[in-house]
Design a protein around this ligand. Sequence first.
Ligand SMILES: [Zn+2]
Length: 1009
Amino acid sequence: MMRRLPGVSLLLCFFTATGFAQSSPCSLSDHSEYSKKIKEFTTESFFSTELVDHLPLSSCVPAPDALLHHIIGAPDVLDYTKDINAYFRLLASKSSRVKVWSIGTSEEGREMLVAAVSDEANLSKLDRYKEITARLADPRGLGDAEAQKLIAEGKPIYWADGSIHSPETGSPEMLMELTYRLAVEETPFMQKIRRDAIVLITPIVETDGHDRMVDIYMQHKKHPDQPPYPLTWWGHYVAHDNNRDNLGVSLALSRNMLKTFLDWHPIVMHDLHESVPYLYIMTGTGPYNAWLDPIVISEWQEMAYQEIEELTKRGVIGVWTHGFYDGWAPNYLLSIANNHNSIGRFYETFGNGGADTRVRTLRPSETSREWYRSNPPLPKVKWSARDNINMQESAILFGMNNLASNGQKFLNNFYLKSKRSIEKARAEGPAAWVFPADDPRPAEQASLLNLLQLQGVEVHRLEKEWRIPAAQSGQKAGNDKEKDKEKSAEKPDADAKPKEEKKPAETIIPAGSYVVRMDQPYSRLADMYLDTQYYSPRDPRSYDDTGWTIGALRNVKTTRVTDLSILAARMQKMSRIAPPDGIDGQGKIFLIQHNTDNTLASLRFRLSGVSMEAAEDSFEADGIKFKAGSFVIRNADRAQLEKAAIDLGIKVHSTSASLSVTTHPLAAPRVALVHNWQNTQNDGWFRIPMEELKVPYTYVADTWLRETQNLREKFDVIILPPMGTGGPAGLSALLRGLPMRGDPRPWKNSGETPNFVAPGLDSTDDIRGGLGYQGLANLERFVREGGLLIAVQTSAALPVAGGMTEMVNVSDPRTMQAPGSVVLSTIDDKKSPITYGYDDKLYVYFRQGPVITVGGNFGGPGGGAEEGAGGSARSSGRGTASDPDIIQARPYEPPEKPVKRTPHEQELYVPEDLPDSARFAVPPKDQQPRVVLRFAAEKDLLLSGMITGGSEIAEKPAVVDVPHGKGHVVLFANNPMWRGETMGSYFLIFNAMLNFDHLDAGSATPATK
Ligand SMILES: [Zn+2]
C-alpha cells in the first residue's frame, strides 16, 4: 500500500514503494540535524543512552521531523492524533518493516492504531505467528512435543501502548521515533529485536482525551498570559479511570484493546505512563493479585531488573522499581495481559504535563535512597520533554531486546501459564462457577455472562439438572462465606445453646444453569472476577479498589463449585446469551415482575407515552407472585409492548385477573445529571449506563444551575454524582468552582480549541464560578417545589449542609479505612419505592465515606448494645459486676428495664418526656427521613476488600430518603454507579427516578400534601 503525504515528498525523491524490500538500495546516514537537536534538548547526559542520542537518516523511510517539522521531544509542541496516525501510515507506506491497521475508534470517532514492526520475513508471515500464539494460548489437545515445535517456530510479540492518560503526552511522540528507529537502524541490537520478535505499537490509547490535551497545551502556548484551561474531559466519559475499566469493559478503548489482545496474544503488553521521577518500572509493592500464575510475578521482576541494570550500567540515574502501585486489582489496562496469561507491565516516567522544559524540585520522599531505589533521583533538576523521551525509549528498547533475546523462554512460559490455567480445575480449583438457571435477574445474569465471553471466557449451559453429592470435608459446593453470613444475619442474637452441626445437603443445580468451567485457558480471569477478595490491613496501603466481587456487585447469583463431578455433566458451549423475553398469557392487563433488571428502566423510557403503574405491595395473579414495585400496564398496545420486551429481554405476563393491589403511576421523568468544570470523571460512570440503557438525561453544569432559577419547570430529577472531596473543603470547592478572576473563559470549539466539545459533552460561555450560593438556592427551591434531588457519596454533604434535610447528618469517618470494598447492606424499608424489586440484602460498593446518621439526638435510653447491668455501667457497691446495686434502709426496687430498639427505631425515637422546646424541633412524621438501605452489622459488613473501623458505618444508613417541601432529597453513602461494575445497585437510582413523585408510598404515615 502506497500513500504519499505532501510533507514528505521531498525526502523520497529516488525510490518508489516497490523498491523497499531487503535488497532495496536504501542508504543510511546520520540525521545530524536531528541528532544535534536531541543533544540540545537533553538537559543532562545521564538522561540518555547510546540507543537514543542520535537518529539515523534513511534515504527511503521518512524520519518523524519530515512530517511533523520538529524532532521528537522538541520543547513546546505536541501533535494531534490525526498527525500521529498519519506518520504511522507514512512509515507503513515507505518501509516494508512496518504494517499499520486500525483497531477501532473512540467514542468520538477518532481512530486507534496498531503498527507492527519486524523484519520483512516476519511481517510476511504475521498470520502464522498469530496462529502460533493463539494455539499456545489455548493448548487444549496440544501435546508438549508439538508445543515445543510451535515455540521453536514462534516469535514473541511485544505490544507497547502510549498515553492512556491524556496529560501524559510523551509516549505518543516517543513511539513515533521508536517505530522509525526500529524500522531503519542497522545495529545488532535493533536487528535482534526485528529478527527475533514482533513489536506492536499503539501510539495513543485515549485518542479523544489526547486531542483535548493538545488543544489545551497549544492554546496556552499561544496565550501564556491566560491561565491554562482545565482538562475537564479526558476521554468522552472518564479521565484517569480509563485505566480502571478492565473489569467493566465499558469504554471503547478497553474493548478495542481487549479485542486486539485476544487476536494477537502478545507475550508482553506495556503501558506508558508519566508521573513519578524519573523512571519507575512496574513491579509493585504487593499484595499481588492472588489469582495470577506465580510465573508472571517472576517475569515482572525479571524484566524490571534487566532494564534497571542496563540503564544503571550506563550511568542513567533515578531508575527504580517496587515502591509504587500494588499489583492487586485486575482492572487496569495492563490487566488485559496479566489476566490472559501474558505479561502486563508499565512505566512511569517523569512528565511535565506537556512539552515544557522546567526546573523540578523534588520532595525528600522522592529522592531518598531506598532498598528498591538504590540510585534515586536528584533533589533538583532541569527536566525536558526530550529527557522523558530518552528515558522511555531507552528502557523499552532494552525490554524489547530482552524479549527477543529470550523469546523461547518467554513463549514457553506463556504456554506453561496457559496449560496451568486449564489444569486449574483439577489442581487448585475450584472446578467451576455456576450461574443458576433460577436467578431472578436473568437479564443481568446474561449481561455478566456476555461480559465474560467478551473477555474470552467460555460459558456452557447444563442440559440436565445436576446433583452434587453432599460435601465430604472442605469440598463443599457453594459460596460458604456468604451462606454463613446469611445464617448469622438471620439470627443476630446468638443464643447460648450449642448449634447442632447440620449435615450439608446435596446441591441441586437446575437444568439450563450456566457453567464457567475452570479447565479453560482463561479460568483465572473468571475466578478472580467471581471470587471474594481479602485485603489484609497489614499490607501496604492499597493503590486502588481492594474488592470487586462482580457477581455480588451485579446482584447476580454465583456458586463456587469445588466438586469435580460437575465437569462431567452434559453441557453445551454457548454463544451470546439472551434472557427469556416476550409476552405470555391473554388479557388486557400486562404485568412485569420487578426484579431490578436494569432493562426495566429502558422499557419505561422507551414507552414513555404509555401509562404504567407500580404496585405498592406484592400480589398474586394467575398463581404468579409479583413483588412490590412490579409494573402494571393497562390497555397497552400488545404488539408494541411485545416488540419492546423482545428487544430488551423482558418477560411480560398478560392477564384478565382483577387486581386489588394499590398502584401509583410510574413516571418517565425529565432527568438532569450535574457536572462541574474541573473533573467530570465520576459523572462519566453515571452517563455510561444511562446511555447504554437509553435512560434519557440532560447533562448540566453547576454554573448553569447557578444561572437557572426555575429548575422545577425543566426537570423532575436532578442527580449530583460524587463531586469533589466532600467535607467542608469539598463543599467550599463545589460552591466556589474555578476562581472568578480574569476574563470569562468559554468552553467551546474554536480554531485554537477544535476538540473541546463533542456531541454529548457540554459547552458554556464561562466555566468560572461553580454552583455558588444562588445555585444552592435554586436546587433548594427545585426540591421544595416537588423535585427529587439525588446526592451521591461526596455530594451528599451539599443538601445536608445546605439545610434541605432535618434529622440527618453527614460526616467524614474518623478512623475508618475502606479503600473501595464490597459491603453488605440490608433493605431497611421494604415499602419504600426505592427498594422495589430488591430482596432483603444487597451488596454495594463503598469507598471511604461519607458516614450518614439519622436522628434528632433527642436522647432517651436504649438502642445501644450495652444492655444489662455490669461492667462500668453500675456503681461501686455490693456483689459482682452484674449484681444489682442494693441501697440500704429501703426496699429494693429494680431499675427501669432498658428498652431494646433497633437502629431504625432508635433513629426516629422521640422520648415522651421531651421538653416542649425540644419537641418543637421534631419535624412532623411526613417530613422525617426514611432510611431505605442500611449497612449490615460490623461482623457481616465486609464481603470483599478491606475495611478497618467498620463500626463507623455498621448499621448506619446507606441510602436515606428525606422529604423537603413537596419534594425529596435522596442521599447515598455508597456509590451505586461505579466503573460499570455495580449493576446490582443501579436500580436504587432508577426506582427513585421512576417513583420521584410517589416516594412517600408505603411510608408509615402517608403524606398529606
Ligand atoms: Zn498514567
